[in-house]
Design a protein around this ligand. Structure first.
Ligand code: PMP
Length: 371
């Protein structure tokens, strides 16, 4: 029985599925863990040193809500150089998650509809629910491409926003230039907010990353340092978009997160000068390694970015297949956590080559052992 004090909005949050996998991981000795959504490389030394230095220099108090000036100015200069939009402002958030929470609370009214692509990042559905809005799912199976006709067909008078994520979690799909431009135009034509979650933009392997902000100056971009620099626990993100919206988000941040952790903001300044290309090249190689290992036994769409692959379960539902994998000590995530469908599963290849190799061995064995 639920406790009588618990608010109805909590019904929008169900973390039982993904938590089950993490609990199993904690209980297992020597699991083959391909379930983790964070890089396996260390925070670059210069960035660690900048954080330690800030702590020793007692930069441990609150920062301005919008972030320390030095970091904000550096981010603003980058964004300005990229887009040259006159009214585009930047501020520092408490992780990309923090930015998403503020964006949705600032934009979505109860009863509004938000278009989300299925499969989607787990948090999206719950956050839209938190605002009292409704998620309208647009299917992207089997190849995770964005069909603009489907997007247009999903729009109603109540559509308030489109929540877009490329490279995507859980599929690793990267939208083509044509898809990005089309989506940007459609949002502009219908005067619908376009929220672009660009947390994986650095992990873009086959061609340059392109943001819908390049085609639609009203795009609200939510970005962060978690994945790019392997600092998921440091809770540092940023958002940029139309000045009026950013002002509202800063106002909300003041009464919720207050600010991003100050020492990590100083470290963020150092991070922006670090060349992560060797890590990106390494992850591209891991992507190719895992694709080559799966190709004979699995139906799998080649991912262009992030560090995920989303193959189809070779038999049974994805949930049944993942159970079998876990019995073999392989931790992967069933697709029904990210989707209406229970047909695919997520592999994270942010792991050592040895772990990827062991995982592939189990996956090949399971595909051939159809029950
Ligand atoms: N967006 C996506 C698509 C993600 O995969 C994640 C992390 N798994 C986040 C946002 C949240 O990132 P952060 O750690 O910066 O809050």
């Amino acid at each position: 029985m639920a406790h009588p004090w618990i608010a109805e909005r909590m019904e929008h949050f169900d973390s039982s599925g993904i938590r089950k996998v993490f609990d199993l991981a904690a209980a297992m000795t020597d699991p083959i863990n391909l379930s983790i959504g964070q890089p396996d490389f260390a925070v670059p030394a210069a960035v660690q040193e900048a954080a330690v230095k800030a702590i020793h220099e007692n930069k441990n108090g609150y920062s301005p809500t919008q972030g320390i000036g030095a970091l904000r100015e550096k981010l603003q200069a980058r964004v300005q150089a990229q887009y040259a939009h006159t009214m585009r402002d930047v501020f520092v958030t408490s992780g990309t998650s923090g930015g998403l929470v503020l964006a949705l609370l600032a934009l979505v009214n109860p009863g509004d509809e938000v278009i989300v692509f299925d499969p989607y990042f787990v948090m999206y559905k719950s956050l839209v629910g938190l605002t009292g809005g409704t998620c309208v799912l647009v299917d992207t199976y089997p190849d995770f491409r964005i069909d603009l006709d489907r997007v247009a067909a999903a729009m109603t008078k109540r559509t308030k926003a489109i929540l877009f994520n490329s490279p995507a979690n859980p599929t690793g799909a990267t939208a083509s230039d044509e898809e990005v431009r089309g989506l940007a135009r459609l949002a502009a034509e219908r005067n619908i907010a376009l929220i672009s979650d660009e947390i994986y933009s650095l992990f873009h392997y086959d061609r340059p990353f392109v943001s819908p902000a390049a085609y639609n100056p009203q795009t609200l971009v939510i970005d962060g340092f978690s994945k790019s620099y392997g600092m998921t626990g440091w809770r540092l993100g940023f958002a940029h978009g139309p000045r009026d919206i950013i002002q509202q988000m800063i106002k909300l941040q003041q009464y919720t997160f207050v600010c991003a952790p100050q020492p990590m903001q100083w470290a963020g300044i150092a991070a922006l000068d670090v060349d992560m290309q060797p890590h990106i090249d390494d992850y591209r190689r891991k992507r190719d390694l895992i694709l080559a290992g799966l190709s004979e036994d699995y139906e799998v769409t080649r991912p262009g970015g992030a560090f995920y692959v989303f193959p189809k379960a070779p038999w049974g539902t994805a949930d049944q297949f993942v159970h079998k994998a876990i019995e073999n000590r392989l931790l992967i995530i069933p697709g029904n956590i990210f989707s209406r469908q229970d047909t695919h599963f997520r592999i994270s290849y942010a792991a050592s080559d040895a772990t990827i190799g062991r995982g592939l061995e189990v996956l090949r064995k399971l595909a051939r052992e159809r029950p």
